[in-house]
Design a protein around this ligand. Sequence first.
Ligand code: IPE
Ligand code: IPE
Ligand code: MG
Length: 245
Amino acid sequence: MNLEKRVLSNRIPCHIAIILDGNGRWAKKRKLPRTFGHKVGADNLKKTTINCSKLGIKVLSVYAFSTENWNRPKEEVDYLMKLPLELEKSFKGNFKKHDIKVMFSGRRDRFSKENIELLSKIEEKTKERSGLILNICFDYGSYTEMLTATKEICDLYKNDRIKLDDINEELFSSHLYTKDLPKLDLLIRTSGELRISNFLLWQLAYSELYFTKKLWPEFNNKQLLVAIDNYQKRNRTYGGLKEKK
Ligand code: IPE
Ligand code: IPE
Ligand code: MG
């Protein structure tokens, strides 16, 4: 059986997350500017989103800009801030055809006025769509996400809206950006780095992890199938002895 058939005949993960890493190194290898790597990376994000949608994946969360990425040179940050504009073009054509809905997770207060409006516009325009959800984590960091949730919950407690015993996993999850999304099944990180870099720390508690040396611009449909095939061979026992379906 070929790889694609095998993957499609097994359980497809519902929610996949990808740390899109290695754009800079991909460009450097070709003696091109880092920003060119980001351009090819953005194109690959569009392709991968469609590929995931075709496989029947329900949610794709991608790490596109971290709360720490503001520490990069201004020129690179400025380029990376153009990603929503770059993607917007796709939402009209290909993404519309595949009924892809887009949401953004992360802080909004550090973006330009234009970007703040664009993010809302994209979410508003695609919100009725029922296909794959592309969750773009943009100025996203888990520390910020969890601290914000903690403050909101403290506020509810302080105003007698909840009791101490009401604070449980479900309540905490309902204060995260991912509150309306299904549990995360698989995390993929490209470029060979073996770390999480402040991404979805709470949501990853029982996800399967897959690391590949391929740089993000080289991560194609074949690589995606290899990652899912690998995931399908894992035993997900959640602390028990039998696999939980
Ligand atoms: C990932 O590629 C994209 C972002 C972090 C925005 P990098 O820019 O981190 O590429 P490398 O890791 O320097 O190769
Ligand atoms: C993680 O990649 C953030 C994104 C992919 C957006 P980085 O390249 O910024 O991570 P570190 O610095 O290697 O941990
Ligand atoms: Mg990197």
